[in-house]
Design a protein around this ligand. Sequence first.
Ligand SMILES: [Zn+2]
Length: 194
Amino acid sequence: MLEEQHPLVGWSDVANSPEMVETIKKNKRSAVGWTWVFTLLFPVGFLIAGLLSDEVPLNEALIIGIGLGLLILAINLWRIAGMKKPVWDGVVMKKVEKKRYKRDNDDGSSQSYMEYIVLIRTERGKKKRIVERQRDRAMYDYLDVGDRVRYHPALETYEKYDKSKDQVIYCNVCRLRNSIRNDRCERCNNLLFK
Ligand SMILES: [Zn+2]
């Protein structure tokens, strides 16, 4: 019965359910809210620092604070604009592991870290990349070459077309790994995309 309700092969209807549409709206509202908080945090923080500290001139503190605030605003507006883009489907073409180096500014030495990249070709022929680092490689392990995937920009998460061989499913709202037997996420209680 459960299998019939949630066939594990195919795109989920959950994304279009009234409940998820409401969750997506809330998600966007909170993204906008946090954008304002962080945009104002820096100017206010540096203003206070400028007023309280004798070492930091007030005008310099304000310039730095407003500059950082605007930078945060730009990054977040860019991200929110991305959340309004249409859903796209694609196929995993390749998975690559790369060793990267990050220079430590303090002593000039460099540190290595791993980057895990999933290359996807969309139905429109565009190339997309999922880039994960170090231990945070959930999608790299979850997706295989040949898998069909759908990207949900409003939630900034991926859905796999064929979930029939999987033991786990990732929550498309909070990204927690759940058992494939769950219908709702154990952490945020939102519907899983199956
Ligand atoms: Zn969740």
